[in-house]
Design a protein around this ligand. Structure first.
Ligand code: F6P
Length: 374
């Protein structure tokens, strides 16, 4: 190919996800094999924008040695941030307040100064939206989708999700035994933002009795009824899996924090649900938040493979002269969709999907049941 590329950069932005290092490894090696140099930007775009704050100038030369043996490692060797959006960069004022500044032009100048011909940006909806903006501002760029939440519509899957579901299931398995010993209700809160994929898949795979997801606003009475029926039959314990974005009928998301330059942070619904179930059933309840545990640790083999395939496909795209596209899984292949479309719609759980139907068929409650008839 005659792409004219000599040097590319890779950045990882937003919340990390198992499989990021597989992307970095494959993209770096595929680029080297085309004779290109590769540089990694530290912490999203901060390594470029705040270079002086870093002992190494904020950029890591990605040599073969640097990417050796990283495929199985969790996190990202480049670091990440969700407080580094160059289009709305958070800047603290003298009075302590925060404002947002557009630093796009400055960022593009730095790319030129460092002789970088193209960028591979790895991220979720936030980072891919930024990627689209940078592409429209003139940067040659390919996006790689990443999120444990599985909420990107234009790719069948993102790496990180499989590892998150696997680990959540393992944790729920462990919680089952202590719930059984003590005859308690345990409510497990999992991440997923405004989509219930992790709660649905992990909850179903580990056999919980109720699953609460954002797509199905809940009432706790049907869940409490099931718990009471189970107790009557001699099963004193019950397990509930709740997505952090679940909300009651007519209610709102439970927001843990909101600060300038960052998306609102969800969290705390598990404790609320546990307290309310305790009141409704008179049974002792506990809440466990799995939170960032779901983002840590070694990626599953599925996520390693997806990361490797996405990383290599991003380099092929650049070599073929593409820009402004996102790599997407479209089995049996990996193809490309325009970045402008990549984040236009969130992929949430269809409420009539087979997994929901399966759960209902085996007696799992979602909090929307007509009680008294089941
Ligand atoms: O999008 C990934 C995710 O882990 C969400 O599931 C969660 O709501 C959010 O990121 C948490 O982000 P932070 O790293 O800011 O706590």
């Amino acid at each position: 190919m005659t792409s004219g590329i000599k040097r590319i950069a890779i950045s990882t932005g937003g919340g990390d996800a198992p499989g990021l290092n597989a992307v970095i490894s494959a993209a770096t090696r595929a680029a080297h094999n085309r004779g290109w140099d590769v540089v990694g930007i530290r912490d999203g775009f901060n390594g470029m924008l705040l270079g002086d704050d870093y002992p190494d100038g904020g950029l890591i030369e990605l040599t073969r040695d640097r990417v050796r043996g990283i495929i199985h490692q969790g996190g990202t060797i480049l670091g990440s941030t969700n407080r580094g959006n160059p289009t709305a960069y958070p800047v603290q004022q003298a009075d302590g307040s925060w404002i947002e500044q557009d630093r796009t032009e400055e960022l593009l100048e730095r790319f030129a100064q460092h002789g970088i011909d193209a960028l591979i940006t790895v991220g979720g909806d936030g980072s891919l939206t930024i990627g689209n903006h940078l592409h429209e501002a003139g940067l040659r760029l390919v996006g790689v989708p990443k999120t444990i939440d599985n909420d990107l519509d234009r790719t069948m899957a993102t790496f990180g999700f499989d590892s998150a579901v696997d680990f959540a299931s393992e944790c729920i398995d462990r919680l089952f035994s202590t719930a059984t010993s003590h005859g308690r209700i345990i409510v497990v809160e999992v991440m997923g933002r405004y989509a219930g994929w992790i709660a649905l898949n992990a909850g179903l795979a580990s056999g919980v009795h109720a699953i609460l997801i954002p797509e199905i606003p809940y009432r706790l009475e049907p869940v409490a009824e099931l718990i009471a029926q189970r107790a009557q039959r001699g099963s004193k314990y019950s397990m509930v899996c709740v997505a952090e974005g679940a909300k009651p009928v007519g209610g709102e998301y439970t927001v843990a924090a909101k600060s300038v330059g960052q998306a609102e942070r969800l969290g705390g619904i598990g404790a609320k649900v546990a307290a309310q179930l305790e009141e409704l059933t008179g049974r002792e309840s506990r809440a466990v938040v799995l939170g960032h545990l779901l983002r840590g640790g070694s990626p599953s083999s599925t996520d390693r493979l997806l990361g490797l395939r996405f990383g290599a496909a991003a380099v092929r795209a650049l070599d073929e002269g593409r820009s402004g596209v996102m790599v997407a899984l479209n089995p049996p292949t990996v193809d490309y969709v325009p970045l402008s479309e990549a984040t236009s719609r969130q992929k949430t759980v269809p409420v009539d999907c087979d997994s929901i139907q399966t759960a209902r068929d085996i007696g799992v409650r979602f909090g929307d049941e007509d009680i008294g008839h089941s």
